[in-house]
Structures are given as C-alpha cells and as structure tokens.
Design a protein around this ligand. Structure first.
Ligand code: DLL
Length: 436
C-alpha cells in the first residue's frame, strides 16, 4: 500500500526535532496561560512557581495537574485564555447538566483540530476521491463537527448525516456510495446488523474504511464490524476538553493510536500518587495542549488508563502511540456514547424524593447499550397499586433522561431487595465486555 500522510513533515518527524518543537511550543503555552488566565497563575504561584521556574519540557513535572472539577468550577469563562471576541465556537461534553464542560475555540484552534482529524482520515486511506459519511452527533458533541471538518480538509465529499435514523443512513450510504464511515463503534455494528437484516452482504456496499471512537470497544468488536461491513475499522480518540476527536488515531498497523504530539504532549501518571511513569507502564493519561489559543489545558488528567509506546511503526509515522483506553480511574460510564456519572443519577433520585438505595445495570444488547436503574421503595410507597408505580417509574425515567440525555428503564423494587454492601456500595453493574 502506498504510504500517504496528511502532514508528512510532522507525522514522520525525527524524535529530536519533535522534542525541540514540543519544547518551544510548551514554553510559549505556559507563558500564554500564566499571563492570560488568573486561575493558572494562582495554581502555579500556590506551588511556588513563576514563569522563571519553567525553562524546559522536563520542567513540566513541576506544574500542577488540572482536573474536570477545575473545569467545572471555572465554568464558563474562568479558563479562557483569549479575549472572547477572538473565539468563534464552543463545544461541550455530552448529556450532562451539572457537570458540563464548555470548550472554546478560535478559528486557528478549529483549523488545527480539523487538521488532526484530517490526519486520521488519511491514515485510514482517505483521499479526495472518497465519500465520507459522518454519523457522529453534530451540535455540541465534538464527533460530528470534528470529523466533518477533517473530511473537508482532505477534500472528501462529506455527508453530514449526524446520528440516528438508520433507514436514511442506509439509503444515503447506498445511493451516494459512501466509502468511509465515521461513527461510534456500537452504531457501526448496528448499521451492519440492519444491513444484514435487509439482505445486504459486505460486498453490497462501497465502504472501505470506518473511523470509530468516542467509546471503548474490543478487538472482537472490531473483527465483527470489519466482517459485516467488509471494511477496515480504525480507532480514533479524543475528548472535548482537548478539542475533540483526533487527539490520536490509528494507522493501517492497527496497533494503537498515534498521538498528534506536535499539538498534545502526553504523560502517563500513577493515578494514586501523580508520579510520572516511564514509557510502557500502564497509568492515567495526562495531556498538555501545545498550540491551543482559547482553551489551553496544562497537564489535564483524562482519567483514561493507557500505555504509551514509541515502538517503530510500519506506517512510517514517528508519533508516539497510545493503547486503547483500558478503563478509567474514575466512575464515568459511557452509555450510547454519552458520558454518565452515577452521581448524576443519584442526584435525580434524591431530588425526586427516593431512597439512595439504587443500582445501575448497563448491558449491551444487539450492539446497543441498555441502562436499567433499580430503585428501592420504602414499605409505604411499595403498597401503592401497580398502575401507580408504573406512572412513578415513567416520571422518574423522564427526569433522568432530562439530566443525562439518554433514556433509562426504571424499575421501582420492593424494600430491602437491593443487596447492601459491607464496604463501598456497588452502584454499577456493567455487563458489557468493553476491554480486551
Ligand atoms: O468522545 C470525542 C470523540 C468523538 C472521540 C468522536 C472520538 C470520536 P467526550 O464526549 O468528551 O469526547 O468523551 C471523552 O470518551 O475521555 C474516553 O474515556 C472516551 N473515548 C473517546 N474516544 C475513545 C476511544 C469524545 N477511541 C471520553 N476508545 C474519553 C475508548 C474513548 N474510549
């Protein structure tokens, strides 16, 4: 296969050159946040640091970490590093009310983000001959806008489908002969299954590649999707806080995702102690954005557990690789692509006057995630007629949907039926096998 890159000069840069570029950008970025974001300045000053304390990339270890709770506390403008008049867009994390994170972009930030996504599309074999079918959600979620922009940069014919309406997805895919499919892996599997039900085999579509991410998926699932759709399936990773998809992407070797190191500096830390771990060790991924103007993040803890590797890649890229995320160091679940914290469900239950005895069950049925919430009633409530309980279940399900953005099935259950734990309550039972 002929090797193609979107920005070969950076994607195949020597280690020394990359380190030099990263250092230059890092020092500039630290100066940018120190001078423009009082919150960062305070975090640094509290650790006894000034700009003079940071003179090389190695000094990064002196800097404090940033977490989602800093982002929430500083909502909405507290971490903005440029005048609002220079910003042209916001994006936001999926489906949460209390815990929303809003990221800001200048036009330059958007251009860089789209270039990162373009690298991913080219690594998956994309060219200006392709028809790129984007069915990640559009709107506040970063998936649709990110891949859409990347597809434009590559020059593909872009189908901005957004998610849902599978019949229409399939009709456009067939009529316009889509060649690259971009969506969550679970939606790709669902599309595959629907095609199969309609009697279409892998040879009946024009797809050659898929760019799937935003949620954990296994090698098993990859093989399954590849066979059903007759494609090569590539992983893509990113998070709203650092711009969106395209922080890292897979190449034809399919053995981990190359990090766009010229824009994101990666570290792996011990989630308990914060100590930086050597390459090859498993720990929490931390990113420092090197080029962001509006919303730069220094040492942002992603909570994703990964391994980094500099092993030589046959694709020719020298960008460091991260493994698929192997879990999280917090309790966030990703259900149907939406980030869900159990505490959000608890908040709704308590607001609606229920007991804090509940259990969340997540499963994957026919490649679609299901969310069941069992909530214990007290003896008086449980005496109500079944028809009344059903009304309560519906009301509670609707309140939870308003909070999360996805619909659960709520089951009001008899007193003392949810097993009490002697230690930490087991709030979540996740039946999905998401990690290899
Ligand atoms: O999911 C951005 C994205 C859109 C990535 C489209 C890829 C494709 P958030 O909604 O902020 O952003 O969720 C970020 O999702 O910290 C991971 O836990 C998880 N995640 C993202 N990509 C992958 C992946 C988008 N390829 C959170 N594999 C991250 C496993 C992933 N988990």
């Amino acid at each position: 296969m002929e090797k193609r890159y979107y920005q070969q000069e950076v994607e195949t840069m020597s280690r020394e050159e990359m380190k030099k570029l990263q250092e230059e950008r890092f020092l500039k970025q630290v100066k940018h946040v120190y001078e423009n974001v009082p919150y960062y300045r305070k975090l640094m000053n509290d650790k006894g640091l000034t700009l003079d304390s940071i003179s090389s990339l190695d000094d990064i270890a002196k800097l404090p970490f940033l977490t989602k709770s800093d982002l929430r506390d500083q909502y909405p403008y507290g971490l903005l590093a440029t005048d609002l008049k220079n910003c042209v867009r916001i994006q936001s994390t999926s489906g949460t009310t209390g815990r929303r994170v809003v990221a800001f972009y200048t036009q330059e930030d958007i251009d860089i983000w789209e270039e990162c996504c373009a690298r991913a599309i080219v690594a998956a074999g994309g060219t200006n001959q392709d028809v790129c079918h984007v069915c990640y959600g559009y709107g506040l979620f970063t998936g649709g806008p990110g891949l859409n922009g990347g597809s434009h940069k590559v020059g593909c014919l872009t189908l901005p489908m957004s998610s849902g309406n599978t019949e229409r997805q399939i009709q456009f895919m067939m009529d316009l002969q889509s060649t690259i499919l971009c969506c969550t892996p679970s939606y790709a599997a669902y599309i595959g299954e629907t095609l199969k039900e309609k009697g279409y085999g892998p040879q009946d579509n024009s797809l050659k590649a898929g760019i799937f991410g935003a949620e954990p998926w296994t090698e098993e699932m990859r093989r399954d999707i590849e066979q059903t759709l007759g494609i090569k399936a590539y992983d893509i990773y990113g998070l709203t806080e650092t711009s969106g998809p395209g922080v890292s992407f897979e190449c034809e070797e399919q053995t981990g995702m190359h990090i766009n190191e010229d824009h994101f500096y990666a570290e792996i830390i011990d989630p308990e102690t914060g100590e930086v771990l050597p390459e090859g060790e498993k720990g929490e991924l931390v990113f420092t954005s090197l080029t962001k103007e509006a919303f730069p993040l220094i040492r942002y803890r992603t909570r994703d557990i990964c391994v980094l590797s500099r092993k030589k890649c046959s694709c020719g890229r020298t960008l460091i690789k991260m493994s698929k995320p192997m879990g999280r160091s917090d309790d966030m679940l990703i259900i149907r692509g939406v980030n869900v914290f159990p505490s959000q469900i608890e908040t709704v239950l308590l607001n609606e006057g229920y007991t804090p005895n509940y259990q969340i069950e997540v499963n994957r049925v026919n490649n679609t995630d299901t969310l069941d919430i069992n909530v214990e009633l007290n003896p008086e409530e449980y005496k109500e007629a079944n028809s009344v309980l059903e009304i309560h279940e519906k009301k509670l399900a609707s309140a939870i949907k308003t909070m999360l953005g996805i619909s659960p099935r709520v089951h009001l259950v008899a007193p003392k039926t949810i097993v009490r734990s002697e230690g930490k309550a087991v709030r979540v039972i996740d039946h999905r096998k998401l990690h290899d």
